[in-house]
Design a protein around this ligand. Structure first.
Ligand SMILES: *[C@@H]1O[C@H](CO)[C@@H](O)[C@H](O)[C@H]1NC(C)=O
Ligand SMILES: *[C@@H]1O[C@H](CO)[C@@H](O)[C@H](O)[C@H]1NC(C)=O
Ligand SMILES: *[C@@H]1O[C@H](CO)[C@@H](O)[C@H](O)[C@H]1NC(C)=O
Ligand SMILES: *[C@@H]1O[C@H](CO)[C@@H](O)[C@H](O)[C@H]1NC(C)=O
Ligand SMILES: *[C@@H]1O[C@H](CO)[C@@H](O)[C@H](O)[C@H]1NC(C)=O
Length: 632
């Protein structure tokens, strides 16, 4: 197709887009609405008209709801005509049979806004999504209900829950499908299944059939996989449109030629063109250059392909939602999912954004959207922190913890049946041990602070394969191991990722009789209302010898409404921060590279605000946090 023809085609398509609002949902009057493939001419058909998309990834679960519209508008203003989002099963079914569809989980509102902002939607419901999210979006309780479940296969114990999820989800999505007048044009079956060794075609067919029952001809089912024949072979499934994904270092011609081996006709599609990249703790920030993004995007569009830029807006892994890779060592991801994306985590448009817009406008009409001027960032000064209570104090244990007693093997986090951030394992050491004695943890997921009596004696780490420690105190009786869940593995063949510690020995002799206290820590407000008058003492500065400490401080926001800001964690050790009860996520400046946590304005209020942190390791002096107007 020539450039001129393409622009004409897309202008027509765009005309249809803007009149969407007037199309009412009427099952009896569906004629003409839909999304399909014109195999003869290698193109998509939107409502029967040739169409191509330039889409951007933006995950609703990574931004506060009140910002969704703003992000959509910025995407549309860059010329994008579609948005792609994963749907996160664990968010929508946090416990088996308990469904969440409101507030930040209000997918229907997200779809409504997308349509109002003139964007089509490419929906990626999983059930597994990777997405650098905890457990790749699968709910942890799959491992509680059936520890030996075979994930991402046709195992009936897995498929039973997948079926419930897909049915619950797609019942809600139905009215938003293109055939029903909605914005959803494509629905993905599973996610990059070809990167998973199981290669269970029966499973892929079952997921396809489940989705197909709801989608019918009202949208197009598709799969996407890395651009190698091996990945595509296990990732594709008959009767579903096959696409590829690749980044700036791939050869575009070769990548699409690989797609053609499995999808000989139909439009070319790159479902994840990586215009940024993810970052793990203890690395430096990943960067993808503007020049490579612009030139490869232009190459892709010149071929007439449709493309989705991953991520166009990355956002934040609030709370405990970030996942981990294992390649081959365990690598947990940052709280920030900024991703070096064209729209920064705090909504700021980068130079990359304008470079991309410049490329897109050669191929698609750019709508005349005037964006509001970039919002100012707030600096809310220094927050003096006061010690409130220790995690190991009995009041904290009883208000925040769940107990399991006298287990011969330390119980896994998942065996508690609730999502846990940390578990404290305690046992008594044998009295006749040698000096020195060596402790070994045969199994450790993911990181542990080890205490003898009341003293921190060392750190074990899955990442660094550090599972052995010489015990410095030959007289101490009590051993405490505080294990931290740093995020369930989200990618590859090791996603069956229980948390905890196991096969703990002293000089090769197993330890038994464990008491375990599981801490959820999603919300710590039950604790803090009850701690007035709890004596503050002990720790003054430096290493937090006696276990993690809750600290609290208040600060005043004079702006009305409040502004976005960043919490600067420089000088602290490792922990979790909460503002007004909202869990901002994990901080770990000692590892970096992330030093600041994004605090979106909607988490703040005019007047007094409360900052609470659980600091695991290092009590900074002076004992204060600062705010910053820029991320670091
Ligand atoms: C990309 O691959 C094609 C086909 O294999 C080859 O002809 C071309 O030279 C490659 N381009 C670059 C930039 O390497
Ligand atoms: C774009 O919109 C603005 C404000 O709505 C208007 O003033 C301007 O003339 C428009 N520009 C074009 C090229 O239509
Ligand atoms: C474990 O709990 C039991 C019952 O409360 C208690 O008697 C025992 O001392 C505890 N052991 C440890 C190591 O905390
Ligand atoms: C300590 O006593 C236990 C139980 O009696 C025994 O199994 C173990 O071998 C002893 N360890 C040492 C180092 O003597
Ligand atoms: C403990 O070791 C045994 C024997 O090697 C092994 O079968 C078991 O899986 C290990 N337990 C954990 C939790 O790793």
């Amino acid at each position: 197709m020539t450039l001129a023809a393409l622009i004409l085609v897309t202008s027509i398509a765009s005309g249809i887009v803007s009149s969407q609002a007037s199309i009412t949902i009427d099952a009896g009057n569906k004629t003409g609405l839909g999304f399909s493939v014109d195999y003869e001419n290698n193109q998509f058909l939107l409502d029967g008209t040739p169409f191509r998309y330039v889409s951007g990834s933006f995950h609703y679960f990574r931004a506060p709801r009140v910002y969704w519209r703003d992000i959509f508008r910025k995407m549309r203003a860059a010329g994008l005509n579609a948005v792609s989002t994963y749907v996160e099963w664990s968010l929508h079914e946090p416990e088996k049979g308990r469904w969440e569809w409101s507030g930040e989980a209000d997918l229907e509102y997200f779809l409504t806004l997308a349509q109002e902002e003139d964007l089509f939607v490419i929906l990626r419901p999983g059930p597994y999504i990777c997405a650098e999210r905890d457990f790749g979006g699968l709910p942890f309780w799959l491992l509680s209900l059936a520890p030996d479940i075979r994930l991402r296969t046709s195992d009936t114990r897995y498929m039973e829950h997948v079926t419930d999820y897909i049915n619950a989800l797609m019942t809600r999505v139905g009215p938003f499908l293109r055939g029903n007048g909605g914005p959803v044009i494509m629905v993905q079956v599973e996610n990059e299944y070809g990167s998973f060794d199981a290669c269970d075609l029966g499973y892929m067919s079952q997921v396809r059939d489940l989705m197909s029952r709801h989608v019918g001809n009202d949208a197009l089912l598709y799969t996407t996989d890395g651009d190698t024949a091996d990945m595509l072979r296990c990732g594709m499934v008959p009767e579903v449109y096959t696409t590829v994904d690749f980044g700036t270092s791939s050869n575009v011609t070769r990548a699409f030629a690989t797609m053609r081996l499995f999808q000989p006709r139909g439009p070319l599609v790159n479902s994840e063109f990586y215009c940024g990249w993810l970052t793990h703790w203890e690395e430096s920030y990943s960067k993808v250059t503007r020049r490579s993004v612009a030139s490869k995007l232009d190459e892709i569009l010149r071929l007439g392909a449709s493309v989705n830029l991953y991520m166009f807006y990355g956002g934040t892994n609030f709370g405990f939602t970030s996942g981990a890779n294992t390649s081959p060592n365990y690598q947990p991801q940052l709280t920030s999912y900024d991703y070096d994306a064209p729209i920064r985590e705090d909504g700021v448009l980068t130079k990359k954004y304008f470079d991309i817009k410049k490329v897109v406008e050669r191929y698609l009409p750019i709508p005349n959207i005037t964006l509001a001027p970039a919002s100012l960032k707030g600096d809310y000064g220094a927050v003096a922190m006061e010690r409130v209570i220790r995690l190991f104090d009995s009041l904290a244990r009883s208000l925040l913890g769940r107990q399991k007693r006298n287990a011969n093997e330390p119980p896994t986090f998942e065996s508690f049946g609730i999502p846990l951030a940390m578990v404290l394992y305690e046992t008594d050491l044998p009295e006749n041990r040698t000096d020195p004695s060596v402790l070994t943890a045969g199994f450790l997921h993911d990181r542990a602070l080890v205490y003898q009596g009341d003293r921190l004696i060392g750190t074990l780490s899955r990442t660094h394969n550090a599972r052995t420690l010489s015990l410095p105190d030959p007289y101490a009786k009590r051993l405490k191991i505080l294990v931290e869940n740093q995020g369930h593995v989200n990618y590859g063949n090791k996603i069956h990722d229980f948390k905890g510690v196991g096969n703990v020995t002293i000089n090769g002799l197993p330890l038994a009789k464990w008491n375990a206290t599981g801490f959820h820590l999603g919300d710590v407000s039950p604790l803090l209302g009850r701690t007035a008058g709890v004596a503050a003492a002990a720790e003054t500065k430096g290493l937090s010898d006696h276990g993690p400490v809750f600290l609290r401080g208040t600060f005043t926001v004079y702006d009305d409404p409040p502004l976005d800001t960043f919490l600067d964690t420089t000088g602290w050790g490792k922990g979790i921060a909460y503002i007004n009860g909202r869990n901002l996520g994990r901080y770990w400046p000692a590892a970096g590279p992330q030093m600041t946590l994004y605090v979106p304005a909607p988490f703040l209020q005019n007047g007094e605000n409360e900052l609470i942190v659980l600091e695991l390791e290092n009590l900074r002096v002076p004992r204060e946090f600062k705010f910053s107007t820029r991320p670091n």
